[in-house]
Design a protein around this ligand. Structure first.
Ligand code: MTE
Length: 337
């Protein structure tokens, strides 16, 4: 399904990618079904494009994903003039507290999480509740590549090519009742494989929970992702199913989802539970509203190092103002941080 998005985030793939590369990459991705590494690039790809995907490690995709991937609509949404973050950074600098608090912990510890079989419950205020095996849950959805900025509340950022489908399409499918005002997401809880859930880092009341207002969830930019960089999601990035809401701080983008509930009242989220005065329900990226302990006016774009910190100005709604500002007209964004 093609969604018409306003101009700021909408660009044709031909604006950003030479057609020969686009077509060859598509063919290559398609052929990954036959065992070719997704990370391998066609020799005629230009240097910039090759660099984007140079270090992508091929994964072990579940069959449903491998079958769907060739029909993906590539670069359905892109960012202009900003380089995609190298795969290595996007997969080795993570926040996934279930696997530890260090940035390298998720890559090191998440390998043991079994993502197949996986089931997702849809419940609450919906006409069509259910518990689905992930491969059945995914059947109706056409995959799209969405290249989005990701801005963490800790003031670092990346540009990531996700693969997923619009949350709005799921919502239309399950038919929220008139009572549904919010959507609540829950991450897997399994202390056997999640050391963070066993450890003394008990500030978090597991499972990790996030939520959106229903109209936010219906915005075409909000997606459920099942892949990134042309392959399935690595475990540390929230396999097999995660939320991506690019105009909000990264903590809203809940990983490894097992339950999606339509609810009447605003859900209590994990980070509000930890420090409500620092992390609000909305968490819209806003350079004018600082975190109590640091500025939100600037961000460190990865890769960044001591000698090239790669600092840039943070943009209102992370650069997606045209698409989402109307959701908040009349709302005091200082109070509703
Ligand atoms: N989801 C769960 N279940 N647990 C977490 O600790 N961390 C969040 C979010 N989703 C988190 C989570 C935070 S703080 C960020 S910035 C993003 O995931 C990071 O996503 P990435 O590691 O794929 O870049």
């Amino acid at each position: 399904m093609l969604i018409k998005l306003p101009k700021a985030s909408d660009s044709k793939e031909s604006d950003v990618t030479p057609e020969s590369f686009y077509l060859s990459r598509r063919a290559l991705l398609g052929s990954s079904l036959g065992g070719l590494a997704v990370g391998a690039l066609a020799p005629w790809a230009n240097a910039d494009e090759a660099a984007r995907y140079a270090d992508v490690e091929p994964g072990k995709a579940p069959q449903w994903f491998a079958e769907k991937l060739p029909q993906t609509q590539w670069q359905a949404v892109t960012v202009q003039g900003e380089a995609i973050t190298p795969f290595k950074d996007a997969t080795h600098y993570n926040n996934f507290y279930e696997f530890g608090t260090g940035k390298g912990d998720p890559a090191q510890n998440a390998g043991g999480m079994k993502t197949e079989p996986w089931s997702v419950v849809v419940d609450g205020e919906v006409s069509k509740p259910g518990r689905y095996a992930l491969e059945d849950f995914m059947k109706p959805y056409q995959l799209e590549e969405r290249i989005y900025r990701l801005r963490c509340v800790e003031a670092w950022s990346m540009v990531i090519p996700w693969i997923g489908f619009p949350l709005s399409v799921l919502l239309k499918q399950v038919e929220p009742t008139s009572k549904a005002k919010f959507i609540r997401f829950e991450t897997l809880q399994d202390p056997k494989v999640m050391p963070g859930q066993r450890s003394g880092f008990a500030l978090i009341d597991w499972p990790y929970v996030e939520g959106l207002r229903l109209d936010e969830a219906m915005n075409p930019l909000a997606i459920l992702a099942v892949g990134m960089y042309g392959r399935e999601l690595p475990n540390q990035n929230g396999a097999p199913l995660r939320l991506v809401v690019p105009w909000k701080y990264g903590f809203k983008s809940v990983k490894s989802i097992v339950r999606i509930s339509l609810v009447e009242d605003q859900p209590k989220t994990t980070w509000q539970g930890i420090a409500a005065d620092e992390y609000g329900f909305y968490a819209n990226v806003n350079p004018e509203v600082d975190h109590p302990r640091w500025t939100q006016a600037r961000e460190r774009r990865l890769p960044s190092g001591l000698f090239s910190p790669n600092i840039r100005e943070t943009r209102m709604f992370n650069g997606y103002e045209d698409e989402v500002a109307s959701l908040y007209s009349g709302l005091d964004l200082r109070k509703n941080y």
